[in-house]
Design a binder for this molecule. Structure first.
Ligand code: LLP
Length: 422
């Protein structure tokens, strides 16, 4: 459920007419809804009620400070994967004690930064990383709170580029070697291994892979306790999928996911952590764009937009589907025609949709890509000399620009020309 609905024939973000935001900010632009972010956080919170838990929002999905502040104020923790994301969480007022640091390639500097800011937990992904964490902790007179990320060898049944829980993936310690890894952790100075962590992939639309992974984690936790390890936390990662096609997709609900968590790991008396990104931010955002041309091709028509793959890369990168809706609600019964929706970038991959049935649209018309709040603006670039897309947050009847569109001057000022070229 989200808060981007037609009212009086026009698309609104909560109580604000999207066209009014476009008039103030221009296109392309991202718009996020506070009410939707809040609702999704609360839905998870309720789904896990009855178990001590922390919802550590995955900052990678949408790291805008205004989004982080909105979630942090509700009590969310943050799952970060770099010093940059850690600094974002801190800048949004989330203390290190609510920050979980994940990622397969943490550097010594990043580990030291995390320890200096009293990180809640480092999710360690390899024997090699364990050694480094120990060295950095000792050098800084710290004890690192650690969960080991295990790779359960479970097929998440999602897009290959975002599946992480199979043994051939680079992530985690093979679950078969987990007891050995905990024994190693115990023998190392500066490490307190108190958690088990797992994350099997993103955009999962079936609960079964979660169930196999969580059962394996529960079994491992029992074994580790028998081995004498004081396991107090279980981090189940993120990954719950969202409906990208409103018409015909119904991924599992957070409530059912919560029930599964209770059923599989609820009896262990551990504090539960989850790291949802997409489910919190995905349907809380849209990307708005203007049609530049309706171009007649050989046997097909192209709708050329002012948004491109550099603003929203998911269709080009994962063949992802995003619903595209006009800002003006089409009259009932209006005929749809199939068009290819493309951006202006000089690559054929700059295609948002092929043969998409859309109502009649032409130059100057505005459209919105739905479900663009996660892995949208964060993955944008300046490819083809395009300015980074701005971001707006709506709250009820108010809106604020939470990242302005840079000027061309600002963009050019970042480069320097060496003196020898004179
Ligand atoms: N925790 C870890 C360790 C992760 O690697 C991820 C996502 C998450 C949590 C959050 O997963 P979520 O709840 O958002 O599914 N750019 C891709 C998605 C990449 C996901 C990477 N890891 C996309 O646009 O589909």
């Amino acid at each position: 459920m989200d808060h981007f609905l037609y009212r009086n024939g026009e698309l609104h973000a909560e109580e604000v007419r999207v066209a009014d935001i476009v008039a103030a900010v221009g296109t392309p632009l991202y718009i996020y809804s506070t009410a939707t972010l809040t609702r999704h956080y609360r839905v998870f919170d309720e789904a896990l009620s009855g178990m001590p838990h922390l919802i550590a929002y995955a900052v990678k999905a949408n790291g805008n400070l205004a989004v982080l502040k909105t979630l942090g104020d509700l009590g969310a923790g943050m799952d970060v994967v770099s010093e940059g994301e850690f600094r974002r969480a801190l800048a949004a007022g989330v203390p290190g004690g609510r920050v979980v640091f994940s990622g397969v390639g943490k550097t010594a500097d990043e580990i030291a930064f995390a320890l200096a800011h009293n990180v809640r937990q480092l999710n360690v992904e390899s024997f090699e990383e364990l050694e480094l964490v120990s060295r950095v902790a000792v050098a800084n007179n710290a004890v690192a709170p650690v969960a080991l990320r295990v790779n359960p060898d479970v097929d998440a049944k999602t897009h290959a580029k975002i599946a992480t829980g199979k043994s051939e993936n680079k992530f985690g310690i093979p679950i078969s070697r987990a007891r050995e890894a905990y024994a190693r952790a115990k023998s190392l100075p500066g490490i307190e291994a108190m958690g088990v962590d797992v994350h099997i992939g993103s955009q999962l639309t079936d609960l079964a892979p979660f169930e196999s992974a969580f059962r394996k984690v529960a079994e491992l936790t029992r074994l580790l306790r028998e081995d004498g390890h004081d396991i107090r936390r279980i981090d189940l990662g993120g990954g719950l999928g969202i409906p990208y096609r409103q018409a015909n997709e119904a991924p599992p609900l957070p409530f059912d996911y919560g029930a599964l968590v209770k059923r599989t790991v609820g009896d262990l008396g551990c504090e539960i952590e989850i790291e949802p990104g997409r489910l919190i931010a995905g349907n809380a955002g849209i990307l708005v764009s203007e049609v530049i041309y309706r171009k007649q091709g050989e046997g097909r028509e192209f709708l050329v937009l002012d948004a491109a793959m550099n603003d929203l890369i998911r269709p080009a990168m994962y063949d992802a589907w995003h619903d595209i809706v006009p800002l003006k609600e089409p009259a009932p019964g209006v005929e749809k025609a199939e068009v290819d929706v493309v951006g202006p970038i000089c690559e054929t991959g700059d295609t948002f949709a092929r043969a998409r049935p859309l109502p009649p649209l032409g130059p100057g018309d505005l459209v919105a890509f739905r479900s663009a709040g996660a892995y949208g603006a964060v993955m944008s670039s300046e490819y083809n000399g395009r300015r980074l897309v701005p971001e707006v947050l709506v709250n009820g009847d108010q809106f604020a620009v939470v990242r302005a569109r840079p000027s061309f001057e600002e963009m050019l000022a970042r480069d320097t020309i060496p003196a020898w070229t004179a």
